[in-house]
Design a protein around this ligand. Sequence first.
Ligand code: C2E
Ligand code: CA
Ligand code: CA
Length: 673
Amino acid sequence: MKNKTRVLILDDDDDDIFLIQELINDIDASSYVVESTNLPAEAAKILSGAKTDIVLCDYRMGGVTGIDFIKEQRERGDDTPIILLTGLNDRSTDEAALNAGASDFISKINLRSDTLDRSIRYALANTQRQRVFQSVLENVNAGVVMVDENLVPSVWNPEFELIVEYATGKRSDESTRAFLKMMLAEKQKLTVGNRVYEKKVSYTADKAMVLLLHDVTQHIEALREREAAKNKAAHLAMNCSLTGLPNRNSFVERIEAEIENAERHGYEFFMLILDLNKFKEVNDVYGHHTGDVLLKEVTSRFKKACRKGDFLARLGGDEFVAIQRCGPGAKDRIPELAHRLIECVGRVMHIDGIELQVGLSIGVAQYPQHGRNAEELLSNADTAMYRAKRQTSGQIQAFNEEMDRKIREARMLGQELRVAVDSGDIDVHFQTQADVETGKITGHEALARWTHPKLGIISPSTFIPIAEERGLITKLGQVVLENACKIASHWPKPLTVAVNVSPVQIRDSNIIEVVHRALVDSGLQPERLELEVTESVLIDDKVRALHVLRGLKNLGVSIALDDFGTGFSSLSTLIAFPFDKIKIDRSFIEDCNRNEQAALVTRTIINMGLQMGCKIIAEGVQTEEHITFLRQEGCQSMQGYLIGKPCSNEDLLIRMLRDISGKRAALARRLTA
Ligand code: C2E
Ligand code: CA
Ligand code: CA
């Protein structure tokens, strides 16, 4: 149901009240509730109480006028619309009525119901609009003021008063004017205390200026926060959160800028890939927290090693990258920075009460020789770094073309080797070992063979390192071992078989179990199996290696130290583990008849080995002189092309048969002679 309009009629003349009531009834009796009174005091009381929508007020009421009544009501804060009804029709009263706050001023003379209706509706609507406007003014988050050309305010809101007071310290007409002057001189934004206001000036139709001071503090704060968040996200996107160093993203950006710069200013630069040695172990053994602290410590040391203009970033994990500029034509030089980095990381660190020492491997690529973009440079520096990691001498390696070619070939071969290993295309050949004194065959060394579908026979010196790098050696080694044991189990006793075991197998696989299985499956007696290891097996994790070697020896197999004399810690290796046999590297045998030095070393090795209770075998025996020398020096066994080149088991059997039949024939000849 539509709300009824409550009308209060204030008139000292009851006839007039009646007349007006009739007019209202004529409009629509059902939508009005009419009350009336003759006394202004009574009307004021009604207005203070129950809700009245509109007052129809007589102008002349004895001693008081309707204007007086309006003024009083307005002073009380009552904004109920009041329409003045008058018997006169004079313009100055009309003006006075409007100024006092009357909604309308209409003549009672000839008043018609439609005129009254229209006046009531307009008054109600205007008041409504006024109220909305008032509420907006009071609640808006802005100071609003309307001033005339002399900057005298006519309308303003509480917020404006507050701003003036805050800005000038007082609330007076003077301070308001001073504030307005300052305000108009301001460009766009005004800071008052810790608030920021945005100024908007507009003009009404009668040229009054309306000034709006919009409080934008919150927006500015929000903007600032958003900006800060954006900056932080950008920082995180470009920096490693652990070390604060630039990350891979910023590195890529930097390197592109560096290349541009280098081109423009005619310089070159080194790119260094830095990789910590044994970082994984630190993480595994001491936990990630220690790993993190270590990385921070390393970072701080790296930073100290860098000079102005050097650039350092963390690529991830324990991998870092550095850039150092150099003059044009710096040829295959190791940058000075590399040495400083190695030195600073090498010093002992105390982390979480633990004394730690990690090494560093560095690969160096040079712009522009080793790559014209970030990707190429990174890949080549990486290649050099891996080389540095593998080699035992020095931890810094500069990239070179040869390396590049080898890497490409190795990558290709690696893929093909995987297929060959998986499909059992690795064969075993055997090379005979014989007694120096009698020439009698004592056994054979198993040597892996790979016939590449296109490249033909590939040397194990080439494919074994690839297999080691690509994690294929475990399987390859196992295949060779199993086949060798199976084949050897059919040889006449007590012929032995020697099988090469890679350091990777010792380190990563359950080699003891594998050897045990191979023996059980083939039925070969353990004492007929000899495992050949090189001393590099003892470089990485000596304790573990010794443990595994002992375990193997406990199976009853014997252990030979291969390529002896080529390593760098030969004597200490010999002392560390009781090897059953020492295999003197063929480089010594080759030279022993020509070079006194080589002869001396060979002689020393033989004597030392014998003293330690090891058997001695010499490899690379190719001439009768070699045999004579070895016999003189007391070396027991030999292997080499003179005794026999590596061959398949079938060829070996034919050779052995021929050997036996040859001996028979000789025996027969001697008997018949
Ligand atoms: P190695 O263990 O020192 O094997 C001896 C190598 O010397 C063999 O090369 C053999 O053919 C060669 N050789 C033998 N007598 C002479 C000689 O009188 N003169 C010269 N110049 N060379 C001679 P091969 O078969 O090419 O093997 C190379 C290396 O590959 C081996 O050196 C060994 O380290 C590795 N290898 C071969 N098969 C295996 C395997 O099954 N497993 C592992 N882990 N490594 C293997
Ligand atoms: Ca060998
Ligand atoms: Ca050897």
